[in-house]
Design a protein around this ligand. Structure first.
Ligand SMILES: Nc1ncnc2c1ncn2[C@@H]1O[C@H](COP(=O)(O)OP(=O)(O)O)[C@@H](O)[C@H]1O
Ligand SMILES: [Mg+2]
Length: 271
């Protein structure tokens, strides 16, 4: 469904735009329908840059991104771009930055409905259903400004957008890293449910290999802009090939253990 080939991004920064940072280099991967693929790496490894390029928000310096056979950087008319953003949707790390402080929560949902081609006339009902699906009571969020909502509520609101848009692919860039620990399991579970319900594929971006191990079908390990290892979660954890992957694993045995307990407790036993 998504095929990324030899992707590269070089940032030019500084006063004279002469400082070159090779943020992403020779990145190649693909994602099948309904698949959850994690992109794992430490801060600065190029994960967000990759996400922004896949979301068609940042133009690559080189390489190609094809979605369902179409080169996304060859799309030029704005209607087609909108359609792409319906099919490939982003959820970001910082639920606070994702909202315009001057607009009520309703707006983010109506905007999502505007992106869908389905012009049903019962918009409020559709929105209420999406809110219920993500465990929010409409009366708790509708009519509220972003500062009146918690981080967890805002992240659920972003996922409610996905229930409205039914994207084929969600690019989730560290979706739970700024959420307090107690709400994380619930948010992750919603993403997994979305996949169950609509066969939504997810590019799950995280610095936490333990978390990636838990949620994904396949893991890509990113280091200094390159993908250094790719495999099934069990293989990556039990038989890492690259020294960087080994380092990631040795750094997190405790967290791993915590995530396993966490998974058992919150995600399995609660059904
Ligand atoms: N707008 C920018 N201008 C210049 N350099 C950038 C910019 N955004 C990111 N970088 C650099 O690109 C590299 C990759 O960053 P990023 O994609 O944000 O990594 P990650 O999401 O894995 O933390 C880093 O070295 C970062 O400093
Ligand atoms: Mg990032």
């Amino acid at each position: 469904m998504l095929v990324v080939t030899n992707l590269q991004k070089i940032y030019m920064s500084g006063l004279l735009r002469r400082r070159r940072t090779i943020a992403v280099e020779g990145v190649t991967f693909s994602i099948a329908e309904g698949e959850i693929v994690s992109l794992v790496g430490e801060s600065g490894s190029g994960k967000t840059t990759t996400a922004l390029m896949v979301l068609r928000l940042l133009r690559p310096t080189a390489g190609k991104i094809e979605f369902m056979g179409q080169d996304i950087w060859k799309i030029s008319n704005s209607e087609e771009v909108k359609r792409y953003w319906q099919k490939v949707h982003g959820i970001f790390q910082d639920p606070y930055a994702a909202f315009n402080p001057l607009y009520k929560a309703d707006r983010i949902l109506y905007q999502a409905l505007d992106l869908t081609l389905n012009k049903d006339n019962n918009r409020l009902t559709t929105i209420r259903e999406a809110l219920h699906a993500v465990g929010l009571r409409p009366e708790d969020v509708l009519g509220k400004y972003p500062h009146q909502l918690s981080g967890g509520q805002k992240q659920r609101l972003m996922i409610a957008r996905c229930y409205l848009l039914k994207p084929k692919l969600i690019v989730a860039d560290e979706p739970v890293s700024m959420i307090d620990a107690s709400s994380r399991a619930g948010i992750l579970k919603l993403l997994l449910e979305l996949r169950e319900r609509y066969a939504t594929a997810i590019l799950f971006i995280t610095h936490d290999l333990g978390l990636a191990h838990y949620v994904s079908d396949r893991i890509l390990v990113m280091h200094k802009g390159k993908i250094v290892e790719e495999g099934r979660p069990e293989d990556i954890i039990n038989n890492p090939q690259h020294t960087y992957t080994k380092k990631l694993i040795s750094d997190i045995p405790l967290i791993m253990k915590k995530w396993d307990e966490f998974a058992d407790f919150h995600l399995k036993t609660k059904g």
